[in-house]
Design a protein around this ligand. Structure first.
Ligand code: GLC
Length: 536
């Protein structure tokens, strides 16, 4: 069925600098990723999304693109990407690229031209404004990385807009030629066989045409929150005209068979679902990051699942994410034991899961001393806990120096628990996180109720959450204990057979601390209205 791969499948995010370094320069590369494709196929994922590998001065580690149709020599070259795509496809893995439309690098030839003169044909490919009457920035818009979103360029005596670093000038999506050039860049990769895009900050691409000030944020905490939270992004994020751009991107993707459009969205639930677009003409998968910010309790997560499922437009396919290169890792957030419960949750909720590299071996955030910090966000707004280096540290393949990631000096430190948190060690251990992920991915693949079935919540109390997934007469029940105490949970016994426990053994009776289980329940013909409480 067309489109089934991104509905039934599992996406795995590769942060390319940190996955595998084939040439020994301490930074991951395409050749490294290529070597690890059999690992990903064996793990049981269906698609890899690769964070940007385009030419870039790396001010924001690739999210500052200086050529949308090339590969940075640090990572390889176009031929290397072609080979990666071919190898991935031979292993039945899809390849999703990052696409960064909101801003380019200040070293992109378009911006160099644009800043040269007010008369440049590229002038309006970016957003230039005269100074305010006092000579200051045109309005109060702030950069997501701190400070004003406007930088004065003395050469032409105007300010240019940048919602991120001053080295990431915002592109002007109101300009038809810019739009067409960006769509053509998408086609460039789609023609090469790329299976889709994850679109960076898709909700930012359009800004208020009148450049009105953003209103103050009453909930802002000085010195604690990121500076950009001082104002509500009313006129710089998610404005109505954005939807037109999203559906135009979707049309480009739809020119090619069976591709996917994923949008990065840090927005409230009711706005996330708006990005499916009218009549589903928007993103196939507007990223749902809500699990990242929801308190880790059964009730809070049940509430989230209920609200999200209810808010989805008819025919809109859900998706779930536990973490990414911008957010603290799940194992650090909820602890090692609950990270196993989280894995089962992610891979059994209804919708496409996106995994973050290293989560399958339980990697934690690695503390990075300030003198080794690389992330420009942390350097701009130090010591607020906003830095993103800890979740971007190298993947661990072997328990040795360099962790099998590099034979050189890694660009970020590897961390000190490599002996246990690495692929080789965990591969041989049936009780490891890696073995759990493999078993979950296998079970999901073999069980249509898990990959495409309906979902119904059965129970949520102070300790546990239970839901069922049903498809074509197949019924599976998932029960998860969110606490470190045994849970007197209603069990689907006696009709249920345990397919998998996070504890990796023959599970029976009450849920143990931090345990989650998947049951196959054989109540095909009679109504199965929930599970009975054991012991009353
Ligand atoms: C997105 C990326 C992040 C980047 C920012 C600016 O949020 O995920 O890593 O810094 O956009 O491109």
């Amino acid at each position: 069925m067309e489109g089934s791969w991104w509905r039934d499948g599992v996406v795995y995010q590769v942060y390319p600098r940190s996955f595998a370094d084939a040439n020994g320069d301490g930074i991951g590369d395409l050749a490294g990723i290529r070597c690890k494709l059999p690992y990903l196929a064996g793990l049981g994922v269906d698609a890899l999304w690769i964070s940007p590998v385009y030419p870039s001065p790396m001010a924001d580690f690739g999210y500052d693109v200086s050529d949308y149709r090339g590969i940075d020599p640090l990572f390889g070259d176009i031929a290397g990407m072609d080979a990666l795509i071919a190898d991935a496809h031979a292993l039945e893995l899809k390849v999703i690229l990052d696409f960064v439309p909101n801003h380019s690098s200040d070293e992109h030839p378009w911006f160099r031209e644009s800043r040269r003169s007010r008369d440049s044909v590229f002038r309006d490919w970016y957003i230039w404004r005269d100074p305010a009457p006092d000579g200051g920035p045109p309005n109060n818009w702030l950069s997501n990385f701190g400070g004003s979103a406007w930088t004065f360029d003395p050469l032409t005596a105007q300010y240019y807009l940048h919602l991120f670093l001053d080295r990431q000038p915002d592109l002007n999506w109101r300009h038809p030629a810019l739009r067409e050039a960006m769509y053509e860049s998408m086609r460039f990769w789609l023609r090469r066989g790329v299976d889709g895009f994850r679109v960076d900050v898709i909700y930012h691409v359009m800004k208020d045409a009148a450049f009105r000030d953003n209103p103050p944020n009453p909930a802002f905490h000085e010195g604690i929150d990121a500076e950009s939270h001082r104002y509500l992004p009313l006129h710089t994020a998610d404005i109505p005209e954005t939807q037109g751009v999203v559906s135009a991107m979707r049309s480009v993707v739809d020119e090619f068979p069976d591709r996917v459009l994923i949008g990065e969205l840090y927005l409230p639930l009711e706005r996330i679902v708006a990005y499916y677009g009218e009549d589903l003409s928007g993103a196939h998968l507007p990223f749902n990051f809500l699990l990242i910010g929801t308190p880790w309790t059964a009730r809070a997560i049940a509430g989230l699942v209920t609200r999200y499922e209810a808010a989805l437009p008819s025919g809109g396919w859900p998706n779930w994410v536990l973490g990414n290169h911008d957010k603290p890792r799940i194992a650090s957030r909820v602890g090692d034991a609950q990270a196993r419960v989280a894995a089962m949750l992610l891979l059994t909720l209804r919708g496409t899961p996106t995994m973050y590299y290293g989560d399958e071996i339980g990697m934690r955030d690695v503390p990075v001393p300030f003198d080794e910090v690389r992330d420009p966000f942390e350097l701009n707004e130090p010591h607020k806990g906003l830095g993103r280096d800890p979740q971007r540290t190298p993947m661990r393949w072997y328990p040795r120096e360099g962790a099998g990631f590099t034979r050189g000096r890694p660009w970020l430190r590897i961390g000190d628990d490599v002996d246990t948190r690495n692929v080789a060690t965990q591969e041989g251990d049936p009780s490891s996180m890696l073995s759990l992920y493999r078993a979950l991915l296998r079970l999901r693949r073999e069980t249509p109720a898990l990959s495409r079935g309906d979902i119904r919540l059965l129970l949520a109390d102070e300790a546990a959450l239970a839901y069922e997934r049903t498809h074509d007469g197949e019924r599976v029940v998932v029960v998860l204990n969110f606490t470190g105490a045994p849970a007197d949970l209603p069990m689907p016994e006696p009709a249920g057979k345990v397919l998998l426990s996070t504890h990796g053994d023959e599970a029976r009776g009450a849920l143990r601390p931090d345990e989650a289980r998947i049951y196959r329940v054989s109540c095909l013909r009679r109504p199965c209205d929930g599970i009975r409480r054991t012991g009353g």
